[in-house]
Design a protein around this ligand. Structure first.
Ligand SMILES: [Zn+2]
Length: 279
């Protein structure tokens, strides 16, 4: 996205703006004006966008970061392809300064990248039954809130660990539609994002199960069937770690370039998903 497109978006904030004092000396005023050239217009996460009904919005949502080298590879591919993506991150995985810098780079990478919340402990280290039990609601809630604070997550957008459930403004559906934690998060204004399609992992091997061609075919089929959570939008789930080997990072690049061949496809971050934008 170029700077003009960014400026045309609603909800723009101006950062690092230096106020110009009134001055009768034009040279001095020019010098001051020059000093404001460093001001950068940057949209805030969650700022509204206008949808184009002729487009198909693709939301790549990659879970469990920071998990280098997978996270590093995915970021590099997304950057090289110039597309947007969301990283649902896990504070427990942020060990040491390098991984912290990786999370910082995602957070600071907005509007291309969005940092979102996947819990601190990944559901008490994958103990989902316990994590989602009614007696653990407060602890599980704290786990999300702590992660938000630790990683400085700029949006109230959550993906539940190991679970495909959606919640927004009291509209709740999916596997845990009746769960007290889900209702609590919803009542606090959090948006819970499930997924329409997963680019899954091969059995016990850190590699993507489907080829890029198979994935694109499935995406096209879902759009054609109208079989997505929201019209003209698809949420794809995958995991950074699947792309840590070069050959699979190349598969990710191929997947994106195939999708880019269809001019209807637009890549967006999940703060621009229709149910998230809805107030
Ligand atoms: Zn996960």
């Amino acid at each position: 996205m170029n700077i003009l497109q960014q400026i045309s978006r609603a909800g723009i904030c101006l950062v690092a703006v230096t106020a110009l004092n009134s001055c009768h000396n034009s040279d001095s005023a020019n010098k001051q004006a020059d000093s404001t050239k460093t001001a950068v217009a940057k949209p805030l996460p969650g700022s509204p966008i206008k949808y184009d009904s002729s487009k198909r919005y693709i939301f790549l949502t990659w879970d469990d970061s920071p998990q280098p080298p997978g996270t590093v590879n995915c970021k590099a591919v997304f950057q090289a392809e110039g597309i947007k993506a969301t990283f649902f991150s896990v504070g427990f995985n942020q060990v040491g300064p390098w991984k912290k810098r990786l999370i910082d780079s995602i957070r600071n990478g907005y509007p291309q990248f969005l940092l979102a919340n996947h819990s601190f402990s990944h559901g008490f280290k994958d103990k989902y039954k316990k994590f989602y039990s009614a007696s653990m609601t407060d602890s599980a809630l704290h786990d999300f809130l702590y992660n938000e604070q630790l990683l400085q997550i700029p949006v109230k957008i959550i993906r539940l660990p190991g679970n495909n459930t959606w919640a927004s403004n009291g509209e709740i559906h999916g596997q845990l539609a009746k769960n007290p934690l889900v209702h609590k998060l919803d009542s606090m204004g959090y948006k819970i994002i499930g997924w329409d399609l997963e680019w899954a992992q091969q059995n016990k091997v850190k590699a993507p199960k489907e080829t890029p061609e198979e994935m694109v075919k499935r995406i096209n089929q879902k759009f054609e069937d109208g079989n997505t959570n929201q019209q003209n939008a698809i949420v794809i789930l995958s995991h950074d770690r699947l792309f840590e080997k070069k050959q699979f990072a190349d598969s990710l690049a191929r997947f994106i370039s195939l999708l880019k061949q269809d001019k209807r496809n637009v890549f967006e971050t999940i703060d621009h998903y229709p149910s998230v934008q809805k107030k």
